[in-house]
Ligand binder design. Structure first.
Ligand code: SF4
Length: 256
């Protein structure tokens, strides 16, 4: 059973110590930053907090909070703390978000560095399988020496995330340009399939005149620059008229 806690009783001596609280506040803060006395609230037995309006520019809705207390049977208070606290309608800075959660695709500028975490789930050690049977460092050393390459490669999770992103984006089958395309990338001569498992669904577009030139496109994406596009009869340019041969010679003219 949860028992409701009784609110502390307001200590009368502490509540009356408005001047003492203000004096303590003015020792720390310029007088022009301190406004009206806004009220008093009990903290504990013989401990109360006085609230004063903060008139400092940029601190709308903030309050100076001065906590005073007294010993039993004493008629004078001592100051416990002076702090600036936000009221209900205070202007507050947005909650801080770590930069890694704030960063968005496209935020990177030339010269910026964006290191990955050691345990980034999108990457997996290149020799994961070997880790189980031999010392991973030893394998890495040999691999580096042989120039075999990268310490980490795309993990299954990283690969799935990339595939999802590409497929759902503007280079997948739902893009408006693909919806009205005469045929799909999979049948286009400009489609260069990716190597590895991602190649089952994706390739790069190599058509200089296509909007997606140099980008990864899904096999069921498409556009009007497909290599096999033929104009229908009604879209063909009007045929040129028969050439007219001018057979009149100078001699003919002279006879007129
Ligand atoms: S030209 Fe169009 S259809 Fe061909 S690969 Fe590029 S985007 Fe796909």
């Amino acid at each position: 059973m949860i028992r409701a806690t009784k609110p502390p009783k307001l200590d009368e001596v502490g509540a009356e110590a408005v001047d003492a609280a203000r004096a303590a506040l003015l020792e720390l803060v310029p007088a022009e930053d301190v406004g009206e006395h806004l009220g008093v609230q009990p903290e504990e037995s013989k401990v109360v907090t006085h609230l004063f309006e903060c008139t400092r520019r940029g601190y709308r809705g903030w309050r100076w909070s001065v906590t005073v207390s007294r010993a039993p049977r004493q008629k004078t208070v001592t100051v416990d703390e002076v702090v600036l606290l936000p009221g209900d309608d205070a202007l507050l800075a947005p909650e801080w978000v770590p930069w890694r959660e704030r960063i968005r695709p496209g935020d990177l500028s030339p010269g910026d560095l964006l290191p990955t975490e050691e345990d980034d789930p999108r990457l997996a050690p290149a020799y994961t399988a070997a880790d189980e049977v031999v010392d991973a460092d030893a394998v890495k050393e040999v691999a580096d020496e042989l120039g075999l390459g990268r310490p980490r490669v795309l993990s299954l999770e990283g690969r799935d995330l990339a595939a999802e992103r590409w497929y759902d984006g503007t280079h997948g089958p739902d893009a408006p340009i693909a919806q009205s395309a005469p045929a799909q990338c999979g049948t286009c001569g400009f489609f260069v399939r990716l190597a590895g498992p991602l190649g089952r669904l994706f390739g790069a577009c190599a058509n200089a005149y296509a909007n997606d030139d140099g980008r990864v496109v899904s096999i069921d994406h498409g556009c009007g620059a497909h290599s096999e596009v033929q104009l229908s009869k009604k879209n063909l340019p009007a045929p040129l008229p028969e050439p007219a041969l001018d057979t009149i010679k100078i001699e003919d003219l002279e006879t007129f």
